[in-house]
Design a protein around this ligand. Structure first.
Ligand SMILES: Cc1cc2nc3c(=O)[nH]c(=O)nc-3n(C[C@H](O)[C@H](O)[C@H](O)COP(=O)(O)OP(=O)(O)OC[C@H]3O[C@@H](n4cnc5c(N)ncnc54)[C@H](O)[C@@H]3O)c2cc1C
Length: 418
């Protein structure tokens, strides 16, 4: 039997960040990942570190927009009708969470987590041991039509009230900020504090670093089941044999409910599929990332590549590539950036991944009430890279019994019932 202080399940942004902080706290750590490290959603995403995304997915307008877009195969948001009770229940919980007062309760919490994570990214970057293309240049939201800009300004004003800094630009000011690019926009909103990284490099390089420092990192090690008794998980069975651990951290992204079900722990997490297209970075492309707002497409410079990412499809565990949605992302680009031509030979990767979406847009983070030795860190939806370091730090603080400086009771694992 292989023994360790803490067994972390999942080699994405959340799992690897948790292993890093647990090791830093002096614990013996083993991390198991069913595929290669960073095989899940943490690889091909937009890499944005986003205090600007402090408004959760569940907002008063979300259900109406979802229904409006539902039948458009090129829309940025799609819900596949499914006769699956877990999914129907999730939609119901999402609807219940989409209330103004709940949104206002969530914003300061997401903001605090995001800002703390941003500082931790800076700290990791300043160590000088890892290269993950960290840059803090803000995030520029671009608007193609007036209505979109007005809605964007309303959101910016709301976030200003919560202390986030924005600057609103005319089309000329957008052009001044990013010389050399032609824009077809009515304006832009710059969220000054945001940053961006190459997410795959962050996760893989951090994993290599902790492995070098003594963490036992085990790719191709899939968790198959658990032995448990008297409120403890005694053994974790994997494809590479059984493990005994004093503490277990469940950080398996969209797959977390598959594992939690074996433990009779309910985690309402639905996979939300998104796509990205990574191309060679055009010469002189500026370092500021953008969002083509109405189309909901992120454009992130990452080292010598440029990534376009978008769409949210609630369609279960379907990892097929729907080329209509990939084309919809490609078609959105010239509407905002008319001179940009993406030729087939520029494409380095077309990727899809599953965001682990909770009904209220908040992660599940904390101890599971049914077990003395299980910490859950999953369900980060659109911001799991952004919140990777702060989640890892909180996981380590929970396990070492440190007091937390952020109240995470709203992230309780059992908040939708057990
Ligand atoms: C198109 C797109 C754009 C996005 N843009 C951003 C962005 O700009 N900023 C941001 O912050 N977030 C973004 N996200 C969201 C972000 O990618 C996720 O929130 C984040 O990657 C979740 O990290 P995770 O570690 O929880 O999950 P994952 O990265 O999915 O990792 C979970 C891991 O667990 C492993 N696993 C599963 N089951 C088992 C098992 N039984 N045994 C062992 N291992 C197992 C999986 O193989 C996987 O590697 C985006 C997502 C998409 C799809």
């Amino acid at each position: 039997m292989q023994e360790t202080d803490v067994l972390v399940v999942g080699g994405g942004s959340v799992g690897v960040s948790s292993a890093y902080y647990l090791h830093k706290a002096g614990l013996g750590v083993t991390l198991v990942e069913q595929g290669e490290i960073c095989a899940g959603s943490s690889h091909g995403n937009a890499g944005l570190i986003v205090p600007s995304h402090s408004i959760p997915l569940a907002t008063p307008g979300a259900v109406k927009n979802g229904l409006k877009w539902m039948f458009d195969p090129e829309s940025p948001f799609y819900i596949k009708p499914q006769l699956d009770w877990t999914f129907i229940k999730w939609l119901w919980q999402f609807r219940a969470a989409s209330k103004a007062h709940k949104m206002h309760r969530a914003i300061p919490l997401i903001r605090d987590l995001s800002l703390q994570s941003l500082s931790l990214f800076e700290e990791i970057n300043q160590m000088g041991r890892l290269d993950f293309d960290y840059q803090q240049k803000g995030l520029l939201l671009l608007y193609h039509d007036q209505h979109g800009l007005e809605e964007g300004c309303e959101e910016a004003q709301l976030l200003n009230k919560y202390g986030l800094e924005t600057a609103i630009y005319t089309p000329d000011e957008v052009a001044d900020l990013l010389p050399g690019i032609t824009f077809s926009v009515v304006g832009g909103i710059h969220f000054i504090q945001d940053a961006h990284i190459s997410p795959g490099k962050y996760v893989r390089n951090l994993s290599d670093y902790i492995a070098h420092e003594g963490v036992d990192v085990r790719p191709h090690t899939e968790v198959l089941g658990f032995d448990r008794s008297n409120g403890r998980i005694n053994v974790v069975h994997t494809t590479r044999g059984p493990f005994k651990a004093k503490e277990i951290v469940l950080a398996a992204g969209s797959w977390s409910p598959v594992l939690s079900r074996m433990l009779d722990v309910t985690l309402p997490i639905q996979p939300g599929k998104g796509y990205s297209i990574t191309v060679n970075r055009p010469s002189d492309w500026p370092e500021i990332p953008m969002v083509l707002s109405e189309a909901k497409v992120g454009v992130t410079p990452m080292g010598d590549t440029l990534r376009f990412a978008g769409t949210l499809e609630l369609a279960g565990f379907d990892l097929s590539v729907n080329m209509r949605r990939v084309d919809a992302i490609m078609k959105a680009i010239p509407r905002y950036l008319p001179d940009i031509q993406i030729n087939d030979q520029d494409i380095l990767e077309i990727w899809r991944g599953l965001r682990p979406c909770s009904p209220d847009g908040l992660p599940f983070l904390g101890r599971s009430s049914g077990y003395q030795n299980l910490v859950v860190a999953a369900g980060h939806a659109m911001i799991g890279v952004s919140l990777g370091p702060v989640t890892g730090k909180i996981v380590a603080d929970l396990i070492t019994g440190q007091s937390l400086d952020i109240d995470i009771s709203a992230l309780a694992v059992g908040r939708f019932g057990s």
